[in-house]
Design a protein around this ligand. Sequence first.
Ligand code: N5H
Length: 259
Amino acid sequence: MLCLDLSGRTYVVTGVTNERSIAWAIAEKLAAGGANLLFTYRLERSGEALRKLIPSLPGEGNHRLFSLDVERDEDIEALATFVREEGISLAGLVHSVAFARKEELDGAFIDTSREGFLLAHNVSVYSLVALARALRPAFRPGAAVVTLTYLGSERVVPHYNVMGVAKAALEASVRYLAYDLGGDGVRVNAVSAGPVRTLSARGIAGFTRILGIVEERAPLRRNITAEEVANAALFLLSDWSSGITGEVLYVDAGYGIMG
Ligand code: N5H
C-alpha cells in the first residue's frame, strides 16, 4: 500500500491565526503524516489559538511554538538560532503570511501609497526570502518550501490591487529561490489557492461575490476547501513531488483555465 510517512521530520509552519487558516489545514495533514511542527505566530491572539489547537494534533508533545514577526530581522535570526541550538534538521517550511492595508484593498491600485506598497511586499514577499535564507543551513537535502499565492498575481482581480503585484513578486521569488536552493537539494513551490473564507479574507469587499463567480464558472462548479489546498501542499512538502521545484500548482476547482 502506498503511504506518506513524515515521522521524524520537522516542518516550520507560519501563518496560523485560527482553525480556519489554510496553514492550520496544512499543519493537520503534516501532523497526520507523523511530522513534528514548529509553529510561528505574530499576534498573541494567534499564539493563544495555537495553544488551544495543538492538543488536537497527533503527536501533541512534538509540536512547538515560536513568536516571530516576519518584519523583524532579529526575530528571523532568533528562529534560526533556536533551530540550530536545538539541533533540528528541517524537512520544510510552510510560508502562509501576507498583509496589505485595508486602504490599499478598498481603493484603486493606482492610489497605492509608497508605504502601503512596501509594507505589502515586505510582509508578503520578502518574508519568504528572509526565512528561506535564515533556515537554509537547517534544511536537510530533500527539504521543501511551500508558499501560498492567488490568481490575482497574473490577472486583474478587482480589489486585490497591491496584493496582486506582491503575489507576482512572490511567484517570481519562488523561481529564483528554487534555483538558489536547488543545489542543496531543497525545493521551493507555491500553491495558488482559489478563494477560501479565512480570517484574512474577512471583511474584504467583494469576497462573497467572488465565491459566487467561482461556483458559477469554475469547471468543478464549486469552491475549494482549505483541506484541498492542504492536500496539494502536503504533496509539495513530501517526497512525492521530489522532481518538482519552482512551480505554481493551482488548487482552484479549475477556475484559472477559463477564458
Ligand atoms: C480579490 C480578492 C478579494 C479582495 C482582496 C483581498 C486581499 C487579501 C489578502 C490580504 C493579505 C488581506 C489583509 O491583509 C487584510 C488586512 O488588511 C486586515 N486583516 C487583518 O489584519 C487580519 C486580522 C489578519 C489575520 O490578516 C492578515 N493578513 O494578517 C481576493 C480573494 C478572492 C482571495 C484572497 C483572500 C486571497 C489572499 O491573498 O488572501
